[in-house]
Design a protein around this ligand. Structure first.
Ligand SMILES: [Cu+2]
Length: 462
């Protein structure tokens, strides 16, 4: 790939015209139309990109509603292919979860589907396609979903930053194909050559010194793990994957955001006027570049303010009772360089080479992809301990639909509630959750090329 590099820094300062871009608020109509659109993702001078979008924008329109509200959106499919919408992280009515082939039929071209559900939890969520998501999300079908607390924290501004990357042919501006690329599927997944925030490679913010911001970061990328650092800002992590931490935690060092994960920060702008500030990201060579620049001018107040209070807790977030928990095990296997011998696929036991010839590379608990029967059938209200052993050489962002879980740490303590956890090679981890939401729920890797080539299973709660 030549001519198009990962970040604005390498594109030359002349291209980096600062602009404050925020996702547009959803219009009052309740339709959400999946359709093609032409969007200038790459810098001026490169061709525009034909994307698949919600309502014509990258990212899709910001959907924002108060906690406890009912959300209604009619998905209108104006694409040439079937699609569906998953409302990531919402502890949702199963029929509204958007997983084609499991919770609903795919919505055919020209057809529509009415999503209608309540929003039990405040926090930072997102929505994205869940039909052939490896391709549809990469083409742009995602957007932010923000659920507001009745008592919002005291901040000067609330900014949603949807982090993404795109793999674009610089000659044509089109997405590089194929999406089902064996090398990407069997390795780290589809990683873009253009990185941006809210659809802009040159996303920038303006702020005043001592201004207090709530930054809601969403990783919408197919496979990229963002490693971030604050520059000219200091603050606290107040929520992960939508769910408030019991107490704000000071941001020290790096913020790691795996695909589909979110983090809510409350930060104070500490930079002097004109000093560098913003969000930095680590590159492959361990250098740091600006992902989002912040221009600091003026001063909001003379002194920094005290630490923020915790966000109000969401309902049904009690610690699980581990004494009665059911223990289940799941080996994560496959991919390049890991020596998976065989696994079950569509009812047959196949050797790795045979699986590869069918475009499959990964297995969860010995099963490649979704089978007819769930990985686990759980009784409603039951507590589950799921031990994951990552026997691959790649990291995976494991996402459970319908319920949040906590990591059971080595010292016996329970981590914060999450819906997506980063699993590192040869580092077993264990999660625990209360199976309190009835239905059929996916559990899959959110490196979407992995999910599409075997790393998808499901559980049933009845
Ligand atoms: Cu994976």
């Amino acid at each position: 790939m030549t001519g198009l590099t990962m970040t604005r820094r390498a594109l030359g300062a002349g291209l980096a015209a600062a602009a404050v871009v925020r996702p547009a608020f959803a219009k009052s109509a309740t339709e959400l139309t999946a359709r093609k659109a032409s969007v200038q993702l790459a810098p001026e001078g490169y061709p525009a990109t034909e994307v698949w979008s919600y309502d014509g924008s990258i990212p899709g329109p910001m959907i924002r509603a108060p906690q406890g509200a009912r959300l209604q959106r009619r998905l209108v499919n104006a694409l040439d292919v079937s699609t569906s919408v998953h409302w990531h992280g919402i502890r949702i009515d199963n029929a509204m979860d958007g997983v084609a082939g499991l919770t609903q039929s795919p919505v055919a071209p020209g057809a529509s589907f009415d999503y209608d559900f309540t929003l039990p939890d405040a926090g930072t969520y997102w929505y994205h396609a869940h039909t052939n998501s490896m391709e549809q999300v990469a083409r742009g079908l995602s957007g932010p979903l923000i659920v507001d607390e009745a008592d919002a924290p005291d901040v000067d501004r609330d900014e949603v930053l949807m982090l993404d990357d795109w793999l674009i042919d610089p000659e044509t501006g089109g997405f590089m194909e194929p999406f089902a690329h064996p090398m990407m599927m069997s390795h780290g997944g589809r990683t873009g050559n253009l990185v941006g925030v809210n659809g802009r490679f040159d996303f920038a913010l303006t702020a005043q010194r001592h201004e207090r911001l709530r930054l809601r970061l969403i990783n919408a990328a197919n496979a990229r793990i963002f490693v971030l650092r604050l520059q000219g800002m200091a603050g606290w992590t107040v929520a992960l994957d939508g769910m408030p931490l019991r107490a704000p935690e000071t941001v020290e060092g790096e913020i790691v955001l795996a695909p589909a994960q979110r983090v809510d920060l409350i930060v104070d702008v500490t930079a002097e006027e004109g000093s560098p500030a913003g969000l930095l990201m680590s590159q492959d060579d361990d250098s740091w570049v600006a992902l989002a620049d912040m221009t600091v001018s003026g001063s909001r107040a003379r002194v920094a303010r005290p630490a923020p209070a915790a966000l109000p807790p969401n309902p049904r977030t009690d610690l699980p009772d581990l004494a009665q928990a059911r223990q289940v095990e799941m080996a994560m296997e496959g991919g390049a360089m890991a020596g998976m011998e065989s696994a079950l696929f569509e009812g047959e036991r196949l050797g790795f080479r045979e699986l590869v010839s069918r475009g499959q590379f990964w297995a969860l608990a010995g099963q490649v992809g979704r089978s007819d029967t769930p990985f686990a059938s759980l009784s409603r209200g039951e507590t589950v301990r799921l031990r994951l052993s990552n026997d691959t050489v790649f990291p995976h962002a494991m996402h459970l639909h319908g319920m949040h879980f906590r990591e059971l740490r080595g010292d016996g303590s329970l981590g914060p509630l999450r819906d997506t956890i980063l699993s590192l090679p040869q580092e077993p981890l264990e999660i625990a959750f209360v199976a309190d939401n009835p239905g059929k729920w996916l559990f899959h890797c959110h490196m979407l090329a992995h999910a599409a080539s075997g790393m998808t299973t499901w559980i049933e709660v009845a």
